[in-house]
Design a protein around this ligand. Structure first.
Ligand SMILES: C[S@@+](CC[C@H](N)C(=O)[O-])C[C@H]1O[C@@H](n2cnc3c(N)ncnc32)[C@H](O)[C@@H]1O
Length: 353
């Protein structure tokens, strides 16, 4: 069947995935990843790399959109011969050209020089990170999609330890901790190659994490980036309500470059859906604090009910610190003050609610 995404028309299997991570099949297409591709187009409209490699083509939808909607020279690698035929069919249907490599990503990426490399495999991106990080141009970009969220969020601790050398408590903060763990892993791998990364955008949506980072050469800056990789302990950061346990290592630096996202939002390519634009405009304040403050934890620690989120934000702003909603939790707040200020504002907000 033919579906429309952005300005592209894509032939996808009748059985394509409408919900969840989906089952692996030739010409794999997942409707739930439209937001991932939309935000990639949005950010690329600002970054304007010279060329783009869609490392895991499937239907080729990513590269086709990048070529058709932004006019950026694109390449695709894909190992499944049936998917390769789909990609060629889709390129022709959209009247765009891209170099199609019927080879594994690992060999394609190490032969060419790409400004933007997009990694979107089934499951974990870990097996592909080193070759991508060492191959991308100095000053280029890596887009990484991960769907191994149960591992990144610590729901199977032995696997989190094996794959990422980390511990993550599978609690209300797990998605911010999980995406920061993913970033920490990328930072450490880049540093081992005397390279360092700067996050452009990082977000969680349903069953996946998506990050886009800039990669540059520099051993001193690599050292500085490693200084921002360490553990977090909510007992020390917030209050005795939390167990005294070190989580991580996680990336403690910025999750995004909010000025790039704001400029991309101003450019807003017409092919990016309104819901994706709304989502992007909601994630521009995630740098306001290292981790968000969780209202349900504050409520439980004081034996109180929940105030309205907007009432609490109003009270928090009165402290002179910044306070914003976070996309990581509907009851989470990015707040640059202390736990004590948070709980005091919480009590005041509850009086209003
Ligand atoms: C999750 S799908 C990609 C989805 C696609 N990027 C999208 O946005 O719709 C993963 C694809 O990578 C292909 N693949 C798996 N291992 C690969 C490798 N080493 N090199 C290139 N393609 C690979 C699979 O055949 C599959 O089509």
């Amino acid at each position: 069947m033919i579906i429309k995404e952005g300005f592209a028309r894509i032939s996808v299997p009748e059985t394509h995935n409408r919900k969840g991570p989906g089952t692996r099949s030739a010409g794999f297409y997942n409707n739930e990843q439209v937001i991932n591709r939309d935000l990639t187009i949005l950010v690329l409209s600002k970054l304007r790399p010279k060329n783009y490699l869609d490392g895991f083509g499937a239907t080729g939808v990513r590269a086709i959109r990048v070529a058709a909607e932004l006019g950026i020279e694109s390449s695709i690698s894909e190992i499944n011969p049936i998917s390769v035929r789909k990609i060629e069919e889709n390129l022709a249907m959209n009247n765009v050209t891209a170099s199609v490599h019927k080879e594994p990503f690992q060999s394609v990426v190490s032969k060419g020089l790409y400004d933007f490399i997009d990694i979107d495999p089934y499951g974990s991106a870990v097996p592909y990170l080193d070759v991508a990080l060492s191959s991308v141009k100095n000053g280029g970009y890596l887009g990484i999609t991960a769907t191994d969220l149960s591992v990144l969020t610590g729901s199977v601790p032995s696997k989190t330890r094996r794959r990422y050398g980390a511990f993550i408590a599978n609690d209300a903060h797990r998605h911010e901790a999980g995406i920061r763990l993913m970033l920490a892993d990328v930072v450490r791998r880049a540093a081992s190659m005397d390279r360092y990364i700067t996050p452009i955008i990082s977000f969680w949506h349903g069953h996946f994490y998506r990050i886009i980072v800039r990669v540059r050469n520099g051993s001193m800056k690599a050292d500085r980036s490693l200084d921002l990789v360490s553990t977090v302990n909510f007992n020390k950061m917030y209050s005795n309500y939390y167990e005294d346990i070190e989580q991580g290592p996680v990336w403690k630096g910025d999750l995004e470059d909010s000025s790039i996202i704001t400029e991309a939002l101003a450019l807003r390519p017409g092919s990016v859906s309104e819901s994706s634009v709304n989502f992007a405009s909601k994630i521009i304040d995630e740098n306001a604090s290292l981790m968000f403050f969780e209202m349900t934890d504050a409520a439980r620690s004081m034996g109180m009910s929940l105030p309205r989120v907007n009432d609490l934000i109003e009270e928090l702003v009165k402290t002179g610190f910044s306070a914003y909603r976070t996309h990581f939790s509907t009851t989470g707040i990015k707040f640059s003050g202390t736990w004590q200020q948070f709980t005091e504002a919480f009590v005041s907000a509850l009086r209003k609610t």
